[in-house]
Design a binder for this molecule. Structure first.
Ligand code: FMN
Length: 380
């Protein structure tokens, strides 16, 4: 039996030999991460999610990361209006796959920690150690109102999440019944069996971007997801990754750093650029994009026209992920750059995951393998 303190490093795909891990991001939501009106946009039906998971599993993709979204963003497509709840979604996919890690993305303030801890253990047993937790604190007030919950101020969100995660970890540890007396959470006689699968704990990630959010991840998580796309240079990315790792080491911990991208890969660079323009610019669901931006107080009133236009286009494509647009050589080169910057991996989305993943796996993954960044992919 493995040491519990070892987290999951010994047992799952996130800790395989691939130097650059690749995951699929956002497939539990209608339209995925592309606010586009093109008819081939992602359905997020169960049938499609399952087919995607099986395809990804067979092709050597390392993980699937869903989005914790409860309410669509409107517009012509009601962008991300139909979403599968992520832990139950993960359970279904874990039952039907063999290798990849499937995350649940969970809003800590919306679910009591002991129920959450038991759900995660259930998913982890179904997946024989392949469940991962993406803990989020929330930012969308409208979603919280729907639950009768209040979105705390930013600092308090993470203070609450700390107590919540402390309780989840207590519930995962074999011990006597426990009490917990925090500022927000108080419970007595806590008990939760069975333990997570195989005597280790599910991998935990967080995507905090603020100093408080990043400090939370560094203190508590195995992985930090950072958006490194907004005009951030290679040197800045190197610096960011090095800082995060150094801060973790100061706490006696190791942390992996991942980022997020949106892939438009076609045999010819021009073809990829054309499809990007067609789906993301000419057929963007701008009303949905503007709704999201308004929730973040990004409007023509708060930003210059040029800046607003740039953010708007960025948001339409994968809600701000790094655009990876080009032929397989270009996409593989951009991915290799991320690895060179010290990133552990990337979670990517496509306009239509099922249509586009086979080409990506057939052409880009072998190039990464030849560059020494991944093992030879399996055949789809
Ligand atoms: C890869 C990634 C995944 C995220 N997933 C979600 C999500 O599913 N639901 C959500 O409400 N927020 C999600 N977020 C938002 C983050 O949890 C976080 O709130 C955001 O990056 C702002 O950072 P801050 O909380 O430190 O201000 C995600 C962010 C990233 C970069």
């Amino acid at each position: 039996m493995l040491a519990r303190s070892a987290s999951m490093r010994e047992r799952i795909a996130m800790y395989n030999a691939n130097a650059l891990k690749i995951g699929v991001f956002g497939a539990n939501c209608s339209s995925g991460r592309s606010a586009t009106k093109v008819p081939e946009r992602w359905s997020a039906s169960w049938e499609d999610c399952l087919a995607l998971a099986r395809m990804a599993d067979a092709a050597g993709i390392d993980f699937m990361l869903p989005i914790g979204r409860w309410k669509g963003y409107g517009g012509e497509t009601d962008y991300q209006g139909a979403t599968f709840e992520t832990v139950t979604w993960a359970c279904g996919l874990l039952a039907k796959t063999e290798r990849l890690v499937v995350f649940g993305t969970v809003h800590a303030p919306l679910i009591p920690p002991l129920i959450a801890a038991k759900e995660f253990v259930t998913a982890d047993h179904i997946g024989e150690g392949r469940f991962g937790l993406n803990l989020v604190c929330g930012w969308n007030e409208g979603e919280f109102e729907m639950f009768g919950a209040t979105l705390r101020d930013h600092e308090a969100r993470y203070a609450y999440a700390q107590e919540w995660l402390d309780v989840v970890k207590l519930a995962w540890s074999p011990r006597e019944d426990f009490d917990f007396a925090g500022q927000f959470i108080r419970l007595r006689g806590g008990r939760a069996y069975p333990e997570p699968y195989g005597g280790t704990c599910p991998l935990i990630m967080n995507a905090g971007a603020s100093p408080t959010g990043q400090a939370f991840a560094i203190r508590n998580c195995d992985a930090l997801f950072s958006n490194v796309s907004r005009g951030i240079s290679f040197e800045e990315t190197v610096q960011h990754v090095a800082n995060v790792r150094a801060l973790a080491r100061q706490c006696g911990r190791e942390i992996d750093v991942y980022t997020v991208g949106v892939v438009t890969c076609r045999p010819a660079a021009q073809e990829a650029a054309d499809y990007y323009r067609h789906s993301i610019v000419e057929h963007a669901d701008w009303a949905a994009v503007d709704n999201i931006l308004a929730m973040k107080n990004i409007t023509p009133q708060t930003h210059s026209p040029e800046e607003f236009r740039r953010i708007r286009e960025h948001q339409a494509n994968g809600m701000g992920g790094l655009p990876l647009v080009g032929d397989p050589d270009m996409v593989a080169r951009d991915l290799a750059q991320l690895a060179a910057a010290g990133l552990t991996g990337i979670a990517v989305s496509f306009v239509n995951y099922l249509d586009e993943l086979p080409y990506f796996c057939a052409e880009v993954l072998p190039r990464l393998a030849r560059a020494g960044l991944r093992e030879e992919p399996g055949a789809i």
